[in-house]
Design a protein around this ligand. Structure first.
Ligand SMILES: [Mg+2]
Length: 294
């Protein structure tokens, strides 16, 4: 009976379990040679659970293939060996500290709010988006853990590999420690590159958003810089800031790659503020971007 559910009976097919539907599709492929039959099969596939699964699988495969092929298509970062003169220069400079924001800089996360049942941070994600990590985070032991879906920014692994060779890395996030520590552990993959971490409790409470206190990281402001998508985060240390565009979901995002040549060069400066302090931020630009950042 199932094999007779073809084309014209899409409404019946929707009621069939996926396994039966697969049988129907195979049978139809074998029996139907007419163009209308083929159109019917396409219609069945697109409107069924199996079709949804196939579309998501293909989208996932395409994303992975693009990630693998990008270096061969001209994207990536080519490191060159440091000349003897520059090596001497590095030797007399202290190794600098690179402070990294987490959410919307390295990753984007969304979750189901247990109280309101709202999907927080999910509205701008396409249906086929598949998270890199799924975390159960227990914020309140009296309440069910919250499930976070975490999406890595494209090229974040290559970025961390490069900058960890040049700088001491520090994570500084306004997020809760119980959530952030799980995400950073997964990003670090046991390599110990991001063992120094600062969380929400280390932020300055300033209205309307919190800011980050780089003096907690190091007393030496000549050798510390912060990459953060939120201008509020570095409002007290603008001469140590490297802004970055907010990341939600974009498989073609290359913002982290774009920063690598600049970060590679900046480690040779005596005082990062002599470079970063040259940037003039218009107050209007600052205000207009703050509302969409966290
Ligand atoms: Mg952020």
């Amino acid at each position: 009976m199932v094999s007779q559910l073809p084309a014209q009976s899409a409404h019946l097919v929707k009621l069939a379990p996926s396994g039966q539907l697969a049988v129907a599709v195979v049978s139809n492929l074998q029996r139907s040679r007419s163009s209308s039959g083929r159109r019917g099969l396409v219609s069945i596939l697109l409107s069924s659970d199996l079709g949804t699964y196939i579309r998501r699988l293909l989208a996932r495969v395409a994303e992975k293939a693009c990630a693998i092929l990008r270096p061969y298509l001209g994207l990536g970062y080519r490191e060159v060996s440091v000349s003897p003169d520059m090596a001497d220069r590095l030797a007399v400079l202290s190794r600098k500290t690179l402070v990294l924001d987490l959410d919307e800089t390295l990753v984007h996360s969304c979750y189901l709010d247990p109280d309101t049942h709202d999907n927080v941070g999910c509205s701008q994600l396409p249906d086929h988006a598949q998270p890199d990590y799924v975390l159960n985070v227990s914020i309140d032991p009296m309440v069910e853990p919250i499930v976070f879906r975490v999406f890595k920014r494209p090229h974040v692994d290559e970025f961390l590999d490069c900058v960890s060779k040049w700088y001491d890395l520090v994570i500084y996030t306004a997020s809760l420690e119980v959530y952030a520590t799980q995400v950073v552990d997964l990003l670090d993959a046991g390599q110990g590159r991001m063992s120094r971490r600062f969380y929400r409790q280390h932020c300055r409470a300033s209205s309307p958003l919190v800011s980050k206190d780089l003096s907690l990281v190091t007393p030496d402001m000549t050798g510390v810089l912060i990459i953060d998508n939120s201008p509020y985060a570095y409002r007290d240390f603008p001469d140590n800031a490297v802004p970055i565009k907010t990341f939600i979901y974009d498989p073609d995002d290359t913002e982290l790659l774009k920063l690598l040549p600049f970060l590679d060069a900046l480690r040779f400066t005596k005082d990062v503020r002599s470079i970063l302090g040259r940037r003039v931020i218009r107050q209007h630009d600052n205000r207009s971007t703050i509302s969409s950042h966290r």
